[in-house]
Design a protein around this ligand. Sequence first.
Ligand SMILES: NC(=O)C1=CN([C@@H]2O[C@H](COP(=O)(O)OP(=O)(O)OC[C@H]3O[C@@H](n4cnc5c(N)ncnc54)[C@H](OP(=O)(O)O)[C@@H]3O)[C@@H](O)[C@H]2O)C=CC1
Ligand SMILES: O=C1O[C@H](COP(=O)(O)O)[C@@H](O)[C@H](O)[C@H]1O
Length: 507
Amino acid sequence: MEATTFVLFGATGDLAKRKIYPALYNLFVDQKMPQSFSVIGLGRRELSDEAFRANVERSLREFSRREAHDPVVMKNFLSAFRYNVLDVSRKEDYRKLRQLIEQQEEKLRMVPNRLFYLSVGPEFFETIAANIHESGLGSANGWKRLVIEKPFGHDLQSARDLNANLSKAFTEDEIFRIDHYLGKPMVQKLEVLQQSNPVLQALWDNRHIANVQITANEIVGVEERAGYYDHVGAVRDMFQNHMLQLLMMLTIQLPNNSTSEDVRFKKKLVMDSLEPLQKEDVRSHVVRGQYEAGMIQGKPVAGYTSEPNIPAASQNDTFIAAKLQIDDYFWRGVPFYIRTGKRMKDKSTRIVIEFKEPIMQSKGTDDNKTPNLLVFEISPNEGISLQLNTRDPLHKGEFKPMHIDFHEREDNVPEAYENLIFDALHGDSTFFAHWDEVELSWQWVQPILDAYEENLVPLHLYEAGTYGPAESDALLAQDGYHWWFDDKPVQNNEAIKGEQYAYHTNN
Ligand SMILES: NC(=O)C1=CN([C@@H]2O[C@H](COP(=O)(O)OP(=O)(O)OC[C@H]3O[C@@H](n4cnc5c(N)ncnc54)[C@H](OP(=O)(O)O)[C@@H]3O)[C@@H](O)[C@H]2O)C=CC1
Ligand SMILES: O=C1O[C@H](COP(=O)(O)O)[C@@H](O)[C@H](O)[C@H]1O
């Protein structure tokens, strides 16, 4: 891999501590970092290089998935780190930064390839990009890349404005927009699973699939993020980005050995084919919810409007469920139900594919009918399961569902940020959000934002520790479906922990 200077804005912040340093460290231990690399951490507070390295080391001990830290490896890793004070709006700080980077590159005889990672609030993105450009930091004789975190805009217009401004300093193929759901290993496998398994390929369309359910349930509430969350809600925080990305990754039809260009193009096709919602139709396609007080895992939790720094009259959404349709050859007529919410009963991100036409039961009643289900568990556990039908010899040969499960061992699973930083270092944008799809996602979501703003959609309260408002169940019930696994979340079976494959039947 090419020599790289990793320039980290927001090096003293929460994301750097919890995700970025552990990811860099794990890549280093796995020998997936460039032979020559240097990390320049930036922030307003004064820190010596030693104090900065001590902070980085502390964060690794707290947050790295690796428990044992070899002191020699740790020392080598930390020796690449320097710290520099920089206020994003002070132009002279960029000149000093440029000097420091050039000194380091000269000392280490590195080609001036520079990756600028903006782990700071989105209000700073445009200022930083412009200052990188004006200070000449980005015009050295190597490549430059810009990695930015969400949120990428607040609505369609602000996203367009932001993109237009970033484009003055970086080209589209130099911009890497992180959507950490795209870094999750199971999401990255969706493409290959579909491409390399004729069994799945053969069934991957509206002739065989009855509906698709994409869920991201969270146990956590708003936590300490009132200032941010109360202005965005579930629709902007999760739906516009992570949930629509899951939809795209599941439904794109890619050629074998596809490139990142193919992925970008095919995702755009999916978004182009998504049936648009009119503001007036949002009410019948979208369920908007907010949690009330309740019990989660045996403990009482406060309602949203009693959370610290949330106004008592807040109408902000903490839950959204929606029905979407893709109007193309493969998916026409298949409803996609998407939901995400905070303070739900359990933590689970998964995709359930329900197949058509359950086998006709020769014995038993209709109640025994079990459609074939293919489940991709994305997090917290990673796995795939298939629900088939079999006969139960102990119960007069009645039909009963059987599950074939595969669960990845937890220690085999890299963190999303490891995958994404590795790809950004390589310049591979396959698993990043490209502008086309970001713009189309905002375009699709905009009528929902407008309908919420004008209060055209009721806000349904739901008890914390449930699966959201009853209206979310009704959204599927009107089509004759129901959310799968709400009462029996798919879980890693303790009995099969540590094994790669397992085969068991439901009792
Ligand atoms: N934390 C998380 O889990 C996630 C965060 N994100 C996104 O990542 C980004 C960073 O979030 P997070 O780390 O939580 O934020 P924090 O508030 O914890 O950190 C912000 C960082 O920005 C720096 N900073 C603030 N103002 C300035 C300034 N004027 N000049 C230079 N540096 C400044 C701070 O350094 P100092 O105080 O030293 O100046 C600090 O390092 C945001 O865009 C957020 O939306 C996305 C997903 C998850
Ligand atoms: O981006 C975000 O994601 C997290 C959920 O991420 P996960 O990897 O734990 O599923 C969410 O809690 C947060 O509100 C949102 O900003």
